[in-house]
Write a new protein. Structure first.
Ligand SMILES: [Zn+2]
Length: 136
């Protein structure tokens, strides 16, 4: 139940944030390479939120954060689409992010030596008083 544990830590983070308590919308950026079930996670988040009366006004939105890679050899930045060739490969990477290294090549220099700079794990973004968030 990895999803529940993650949802719990999101709620904890929200509870510790001053701005969020006042009812500012919270965006959970859900990494494209995250290997958890988004539906279960979203359900867990809703359920846990209901148990927190002080977060009654809090709205949580889940957004996908696109994966981004940076080649160590040549410095090129690229996304998942540019890096993989077949839909099957893309599926594999989704479920097993550790396998990314085996599948992904720098589209410029074909090196397997790269860093994952975005799209791993979860992060929270709080938008202040009704202010709209920039979309990626
Ligand atoms: Zn490269």
């Amino acid at each position: 139940m990895h999803e529940w544990a993650l949802a719990e830590s999101v709620i904890k983070t929200i509870k510790s944030g001053k701005n969020i308590k006042k009812g500012s919308p919270v965006e959970v950026l859900f990494g494209e390479l995250q290997d958890i079930d988004r539906e279960i996670f979203s359900f867990a988040l809703d359920e846990l939120l209901k148990q927190e009366p002080e977060l009654k006004k809090t709205r949580i939105k889940i957004e996908t954060e696109k994966a981004e890679f940076e080649c160590v050899s040549c410095g090129a930045k690229f996304d998942l689409k540019a890096a993989v060739n077949t839909p099957e490969e893309k599926e594999n990477i989704h479920f097993i992010p550790e396998m990314a290294k085996a599948f992904i090549k720098c589209p410029k220099c074909r090196s397997h030596d790269f860093e994952i700079t975005k799209g791993r794990g979860l992060s929270l973004r709080v938008t202040g008083n009704g202010e709209k968030c920039r979309k990626h």
